[in-house]
Design a protein around this ligand. Sequence first.
Ligand SMILES: C[S@@+](CC[C@H](N)C(=O)[O-])C[C@H]1O[C@@H](n2cnc3c(N)ncnc32)[C@H](O)[C@@H]1O
Length: 235
Amino acid sequence: MEYPGRVSRATVAGGRPLGPARLVTSQAVAFYREQVVPRLTNLMLGSKQFGDKIRARATAGLHGDVIELGFGSGLNVPYYPAEVAGVWTVEPSTVARRLASARVAASTVPVHDGALDGERLDFPDGRFDAALSTMTLCTIPDVGGALLETKRVLKPGASLHFAEHGLAPDAATARRQHRFDPWQGRFAAGCHLDRDIRALILAAGFEIETLDTRYIKGPKAWSYMYIGRARKPAA
Ligand SMILES: C[S@@+](CC[C@H](N)C(=O)[O-])C[C@H]1O[C@@H](n2cnc3c(N)ncnc32)[C@H](O)[C@@H]1O
């Protein structure tokens, strides 16, 4: 029964009632996104090989105060260089942050809760010496907005270090990426296969300092990587 001040479990935004089957489905989808995906991501992206090859490269040269977009389960923590004074995390998933807790506790670099959403960073302009993003620009809904926010909170001349998967250069793989993209979004909580990472970074006003693009091990549609650094212009 509906009465003022009470929202029935069987309604969705807009007030339309959900039937029992749709209610169970929407709860199962929420459970999968919130509970299962962060654990799967922790396992799938947690290999030593990926860490030593990709995370070590993305984190090399970080220093001072660093903001990490899409901190996830903290898989970059063991790779932070000693020159990092502190890391401020940006991560919406409670489960991912919980999975990170042992890595954070063991970290020699202080790790602070920073923000929940890369699209809105509650930090002043020019607050950070560097930013880090690995396997995250695929997932943030308004990725252009998040990159603008990241640039805003970096000091002039400071760099965003990134290692991201995205749009492949060969037409056949790119076609498959476009075709699989809607399914990827469902199975991987909003992850996109076909974002052109270089174009997105440039569109936000960064200057590319270094960029290595290549396929890593795995199915081609999922394994085209953009690894590099992009600088916030000095003036
Ligand atoms: C594929 S995971 C990568 C996690 C981690 N960066 C790594 O390399 O293992 C993508 C992460 O982006 C996070 N994410 C999603 N939306 C976000 C947003 N609006 N702002 C910041 N992070 C977000 C997800 O919660 C998830 O932890």
